[in-house]
Design a protein around this ligand. Structure first.
Ligand code: ADP
Ligand code: ZN
Length: 533
């Protein structure tokens, strides 16, 4: 928020939304759906707001809190963020305070006194604090303008950020039915949205959904060969001297990749939770303040980092969901200038993520949901259509154009061919070898390679031995991945990555189901934009 001269407390505060926006927040106009949302909430309506990070959610509750009588209560799980917002608001002359566990008893008592005296416009409260009988009583005695529930996806048990204390917030609707409630989140898939609405009793309230499109980001997903070499080429050919973020799954890989980039003359720094806090802080500072630093990180990096000129985000490992992919790639190009979201991905990524889900100690239901989320991301990675459309479609948003003109598939449309026979050959091979083998062995059998393992299991005696000589290994891998993405094959959770047939494979084997496959060029290509497997 832009700092503005403090309000002249002697004059009556301006009451209409635009003049508050101009005079208190120092902003000329509303952005997107803000005006509609602010009018709705100011008039006492409940709603759910879905807006991407940086979209301007805060104003949607801050402004109505100033327009309505009483104090707006903001529920947020992020203590640092609360502090920053209160500092900014105070500077702009708004009476804002925070109530959380970092306050002393005296400080908290003073905040409570101000609330009861009607001396606060906005009060930020951590959810567990708000739900104490003492705090609920206090709120019952004060005049409340609205409840804003920020990061509302924390109420979703299936989300990546579940916080049990959020569940208790349903009490707000019961105890204070006359106070408007506005829930806000940047996580917008249909399932999470439904869960938020149900748990926060907003099923009858309107949902305001801002566009999640980031038109300046070019999405590219390439076939993983030697990921680090591919990354170096990407940086050297198209992002030399640019700031970027590279995501890897493990700490060890973060260290390796950072070292390898540094060796290639690219200024790269590692960032993961295993590093000393002081080292992490130093690397983060350099990334933010120096030009052209590449940070190589686990997903521990990024929450709350607001560097506008990140020119590329690269994934060397598959994230676990479309939401995670969207959020991580969304750190590129906040300044609106052309930026790249690049990911190298292969079959082993699917196998690895599957194993992590299966080995996690979540419930069966949790695992099922996680697998569904992974499948959606794999489908995005394998699609031959516009990636942006697919990505936004996942968030329930339909695009007017079928082609965005700014993703790899739109820029170099992949060639598609009837893959029925290839699919049948591969699925038969899986079946004949007993659904116990991984990609490598299956491809050996298909192309007729007489390896020790093939001999050991007498797989050279099978009718499927050598029936796939028309494709090379790389091409078969691509077919395999696409069949996994289409759901005809599934990677088992054992350590060998055995592939098994699913129910839908039967239709393919019988010739009843059409299979369109992306054509895989022979030979390896490294140019990111041209390589679309
Ligand atoms: P979110 O909570 O959705 O991530 P914020 O509320 O923090 O986003 O806003 C992101 C940035 O956009 C802030 O710097 C804010 O000042 C700015 N912003 C919000 N609304 C407007 C507007 N109407 N005009 C200009 N800038 C805005
Ligand atoms: Zn596109």
């Amino acid at each position: 928020m832009t700092a503005q001269p403090a309000l002249d407390r002697a004059s009556p505060p301006p009451r209409d939304a635009l003049s508050v926006l101009n005079h208190v927040f120092g902003l000329p106009d509303f952005r997107g759906a803000q005006e509609k949302i602010i009018r709705h909430v100011s008039e006492g309506g409940n709603c759910l707001v879905l807006m991407p990070t940086g979209g301007g959610k805060s104003l949607c509750y801050q402004l109505p809190s100033l327009l309505r009588d009483g104090c707006g209560i903001v529920v947020s799980p992020l203590i640092a963020l609360m502090r920053d917002q209160v500092a900014g608001l105070t500077e702009a002359g708004v009476n804002a305070a925070v109530l959380n566990s970092t306050l002393s008893y005296e400080e908290a008592s003073e905040v409570e006194r101000r609330l009861l005296a009607g001396d606060l416009d906005l009060l930020y409260v951590a959810p567990e604090r708000l739900l104490t009988p003492r705090c609920l009583n206090l709120i019952g005695q004060a005049q409340i303008a609205l409840f804003a529930i920020d990061e509302a996806h924390c109420v979703s048990q299936w989300g990546h950020d579940f916080r049990p204390e959020y569940i208790g917030l349903s009490v707000l609707a019961e105890r204070f039915p006359d106070v408007p409630r506005i829930a806000l989140t940047a996580t917008a898939d249909a399932m999470t949205r439904k869960e938020i609405a149900e748990r926060l009793k907003l099923t009858d309230a309107p949902h305001f959904v801002a566009s999640f499109d980031r038109p300046n980001i070019r999405y590219e997903i390439v076939d993983k060969q030697n990921a680090v070499t591919q990354l170096k080429n990407l940086i050297k050919e198209r992002h030399a001297g640019d700031a970027g973020v590279v995501y890897c799954l493990s700490r060890a890989k973060v260290e390796d990749v950072a070292a390898s980039l540094t060796e290639a003359g690219i200024p790269a720094l590692p960032y993961h939770a295993g590093l000393d806090a002081s080292v992490r802080a130093r690397h983060q500072d350099r990334f933010i303040n120096e030009d052209g630093v590449v940070i190589v990180a686990t997903i521990a990096f990024g929450m709350g980092i607001d560097k506008p000129d990140v020119r590329f985000v690269a994934h060397l490992d598959l994230p676990k969901s479309v939401e995670a992919y969207y959020q991580e790639t969304g750190r590129a190009g906040r300044d609106g200038k052309p930026s790249t979201a690049w990911m190298a991905y292969g079959l082993s990524d699917i196998v690895q993520q599957r194993r992590m889900i299966d080995e996690s100690n979540g419930s069966d239901a949790f695992k099922r949901v996680s697998i569904g989320k992974l499948d959606a991301l794999v489908a995005l990675a394998e699609t031959v259509h516009c990636r942006r459309q697919r990505l936004l479609g996942y968030f329930g948003e339909t695009q007017a154009d079928e082609s965005c003109g700014n993703c790899d598939n739109c820029l170099t449309p992949p060639r598609v061919r009837d893959g029925k026979v290839l699919a049948q050959k591969l699925l038969s091979c899986v079946y004949r070898t007993g659904q116990r083998f991984g990609a490598m062995h299956l491809i050996d059998v298909l192309v007729g390679r007489l390896t020790e393992r093939v001999k050991q299991f007498n797989h050279d005696q099978l009718s499927v031995f050598g029936i796939g000589r028309e494709l090379n290994e790389k091409q078969w891998r691509a077919v395999l991945r696409q069949l996994v993405a289409m759901g005809h094959l599934r990677a088992a959770s054992d350590a060998f990555g055995a592939l098994k047939l699913t129910d839908s494979a039967r239709g393919v084997l019988k010739g009843e189901t059409q299979v369109m496959l992306r054509e895989q060029p022979e030979g390896a290509r490294n140019r990111a934009i041209r390589d679309k497997s």
